[in-house]
Design a protein around this ligand. Structure first.
Ligand SMILES: [Zn+2]
Length: 54
């Protein structure tokens, strides 16, 4: 399992993503959706053209 980090808007810092889920935000562009491991706020990280492995 790959771990993802994103910027949490609530913590205003980098946080590990819990429950990362690949999402195709537009054709050919993938992102990972998840939650901040500290406060549970939804997080989002754009990955690029390759489908992220989770
Ligand atoms: Zn947070």
């Amino acid at each position: 399992m790959v771990e993802y980090e994103g910027r949490c808007m609530k913590c205003k810092d980098k946080r590990k993503m819990v429950d990362p889920t690949p999402t195709e935000i537009k054709p050919g562009t993938w992102a990972v959706k998840g939650k901040c491991h500290q406060c549970g706020t939804n997080m989002f990280k754009i990955i690029g053209k390759e489908k992220p492995k989770v």
